[in-house]
Design a protein around this ligand. Structure first.
Ligand code: ADP
Ligand code: MG
Length: 727
């Protein structure tokens, strides 16, 4: 799309070096920070500010205050006990203070020589020997104090605040910052935020780079200051425009029309004697061992109506764990297959893909549908055969892992691609799947599924270019899962509970966490738990008289072994399954009624909810035990406690997702959807919902009535990154 080029000034940071010279260290560091254009520099905003405009008397400084003092050095010595350090005593007339430095240069010692007057800035600590500051910033006193707060920028190694500050201010001065809001926008924005007077972009940026000392630091810190409001509004508007653009671009694309022929065509009411030929869709519904919930019916209708259009569907199907998304995917597949096209289903793990495969052939094979299985771990012959079936069209449905999008996979006529647990896949992978249809420039319909419900603000922002269908009810007959918090010290009682489950013929999951992201430790932890439990449960018998088996599943196991273990658990031969988080997504064993999560304090909310969702899938009352331990600390951290408490109180996945967004920000939901660069930097979806609403309303107006401004705005804010928003 053509941009107004005026905004994209050539990259000129560190402009001293000409193009023929190698890059300076400063330029390299700036590039590492993603600061290429003047506007990038101007938008590189301070993390925080230091107030060097004021001098505080030591007497007035309370413990914990960060202050600047002006004082005379009365003593300066190097001490070697307990370790080498420079100890400087200063006196400002009101009190004395000891400054300590563990690393120092001779030149610094000179500045700190006895009799010198210095400015020192740091946190004041108390202590029985009097006030101290550890590694304060300092310089010789004299000269004027700055009149603005000193900005502290995010930086990288090798780029000092001083140099970065100069580059940023130079970038700010050079940047083209003319307003891109349409005349009415600012009024609307003002009405929205109640902020007067209006701040222009240039005013806002100049202010944030050097705020006057009288500003409330709090409004800068929590981004509620009008200057921040302006920036956040700009950013959100850019995001909304860009998503709107990609939605409109998609509307120009073509996809196969997958219209379901209405059942009444096949079933004329006055000729009941005729053999009735139902569409596969109705046939599947008729043969399912359960009736669909109203919510499942509704989302199926939404999907069916998308598929019948010649514009590619781009729909997110969200539903809590256990809400029954798989059967919806199967029904969508029947529509596609009935119309004579191929459908692909991709899942993020082998275990999950395999489970889908089994379930889908169980439902679809009786209807005469042929399904192929593709995974990275297949034997060569098996794989060759599968590939051939995909290519010649014999396989109407293709189920698999990432193997589905590999180059060697050629579909005859792919029309519908279903991605389960979509947040586990990256942009590139989704694009690859989209590109598997090469018919006449058409694109396949995409159905993305997720069990992590997306909070409203996220749906309106990052996912604004998606249509969303929600399954908001669980199949009937499920009893809510009881969640209990149990201290690690009471592990024995948990083992007792497991015995009781085994005696009733029920099955149990025991999940061990990742430890410090180390796969090795992770493994040894699970292995240890597995052998402990095997020992503790060695004499337990199930109702059929069999000794209870305890299995182990972890990510390092060969695929075959994983498959065997999973199958044994699924078929009920195995009573207890100890596993790492490989079972996190999608595994479905309705007879499992107890989930124990070890070190639950290390998991995030959404992950705990996913894990917990592995039980409560049948009619039996189910429980989830969150085993926690505070390790060496006397007690759990505040946030860990908040998470665990939330888990024990809330069963609703939407509410959990909202809390998780509060606690962790949007990263968890977005997963690999976008590069971090395309994320919102300034706006915070929890606090800026009002601005987001405003941006959502303004975006179409700006795009339609002032397309040049809109283009300029997007280029300014997203530069080359807007491509990422489109997948
Ligand atoms: P998820 O949405 O987490 O992927 P699944 O598709 O795995 O959920 O469904 C969970 C379980 O519920 C499966 O055993 C599935 O067969 C079953 N199920 C799905 N829909 C219904 C329904 N309407 N009534 C009863 N059981 C259902
Ligand atoms: Mg699922």
């Amino acid at each position: 799309m053509p941009h107004s080029t005026a905004t994209i000034a050539p990259a000129r940071p560190g402009s001293k070096a000409s193009a023929s010279n190698p890059k300076t260290a400063t330029q390299k560091a700036l590039e590492k920070l993603g600061l290429k254009r003047d506007i990038d520099l101007a938008l590189h905003l301070p993390l925080r500010y230091e107030d060097e405009t004021r001098i505080t008397k030591l007497r007035d400084a309370r413990e914990g205050d960060t202050v600047q003092i002006e004082a005379r050095v009365t003593d300066c010595e190097v001490s070697f006990r307990p370790r080498r350090q420079l100890i400087v005593t200063v006196d400002d007339g009101s009190d004395t203070c000891t400054l300590r430095f563990f690393s120092f240069y001779p030149s610094q010692q000179k500045t700190l020589a006895v009799g010198q007057r210095i400015l020192a800035r740091g946190e004041v600590k108390g202590g029985f020997v009097g006030r101290t500051m550890l590694h304060p910033a300092f310089r010789s006193a004299g000269g004027d104090l700055p009149t603005a707060l000193t900005p502290i920028y995010p930086t990288v190694a090798g780029l000092s605040q001083h140099v970065l500050r100069k580059e940023v201010l130079a970038g700010l001065a050079r940047a083209e910052l003319s307003d891109t809001f349409a005349p009415g926008d600012l009024d609307a924005l003002n009405k929205h935020t109640g902020h007067q007077p209006l701040w222009t972009l240039r005013q806002a940026l100049s202010f944030l780079h050097h705020p006057t000392p009288d500003v409330s630091l709090e409004t800068l810190q929590d981004h509620s200051h009008p200057a921040w409001q302006r920036l956040k509004a700009e950013e959100l508007l850019a995001q909304q425009i860009s998503q709107l653009q990609s939605r409109r671009e998609r509307a120009m694309l073509r996809a196969p029309v997958l219209a379901m022929v209405a059942p009444e065509v096949f079933n004329p009411p006055n000729e009941p004697e005729q053999p009735v030929l139902l569409p596969l869709y109705s046939e599947l519904i008729a043969t399912l061992p359960f009736t669909l919930t109203a919510a499942q019916h509704r989302v199926c209708a939404e999907i069916a109506s998308d598929l019948a259009r010649q514009v590619p569907m781009h729909r997110l199907l969200q539903g809590d764990v256990g809400s029954g998304k798989t059967v919806v995917a199967a029904l969508a597949a029947t529509i596609c297959i009935d119309a004579g096209w191929q459908c692909a289903l991709m899942a993020p793990t082998e275990i999950l893909a395999e489970q889908h495969f089994r379930k889908l052939i169980g439902w679809l094979e009786p209807l005469g549908i042929t399904t192929a299985w593709l995974t990275g771990n297949q034997k060569a012959k098996e794989r060759r055969e599968a590939l051939a079936m995909v290519e010649n069209g014999e396989a109407q449905l293709v189920v698999g892992t990432h193997a589905v999008i590999q180059e060697k996979v050629h579909f005859k006529n792919l029309a519908l691609a279903v991605i389960d647990e979509q947040h586990r896949f990256g942009v590139a992978q989704r694009l690859a799947l989209r590109n598997k249809l090469t018919h006449d420039g058409m694109e396949p319909h995409m159905l993305m599924m997720t069990a992590t419900p997306i909070p409203r603000t996220l749906a309106m922002s990052y996912y604004a270019d998606l249509d969303v269908s929600t399954i908001d009810e669980l199949p009937p007959g499920r009893t809510p899962i009881i969640t209990k918090l149990v201290n690690e010290a009471r592990r024995d009682e948990v083992v007792e509970r497991i015995r009781a489950q085994i005696a009733q013929g029920r099955q149990v999951y025991w999940v061990c966490p990742l430890i410090e992201d180390s796969e090795m430790l992770d493994l040894s932890n699970a292995t240890q738990t597995h052998s402990d439990l095997s020992l503790a449960l060695q004499h337990e018998r199930r109702p059929n008289g069999e000794l209870a088996q305890v299995g182990l599943l972890h990510s390092r196991m060969p695929a075959d072994e994983k498959k065997t273990v999973m199958a044994a658990f699924k078929e009920g031969h195995m009573a207890v399954l100890v596993s790492t988080t490989v079972i996190e997504v999608g595994v479905d064993v309705p007879n499992a009624s107890l989930m124990v999560i070890e070190h639950a304090e290390r998991f995030g909310l959404s992950q705990l909810h996913q894990l917990r969702g592995r039980v409560g899938r049948g009619a039996a009352a189910s429980a989830c035990v969150l085993l926690y331990s505070s390790g060496d600390a006397p007690r759990l951290s505040e946030s860990a406690r908040a998470r665990l408490r939330a888990m024990s109180e809330i069963n609703d996945g939407f509410e959990i997702a909202r809390r998780d967004l509060d606690i962790r920000g949007p990263g968890e939901f977005l997963g690999a959807r976008q590069s971090g660069e395309a994320m919102l930097r300034f706006a915070d979806l929890n606090h800026d919902a009002a601005l987001l609403e405003w941006a959502r309303r303004e975006a179409p107006m700006l795009l339609d009535q002032h397309p040049a401004l809109a283009a300029k705005h997007v280029a300014r804010w997203l530069g080359g990154k807007s491509e990422f928003l489109k997948a």
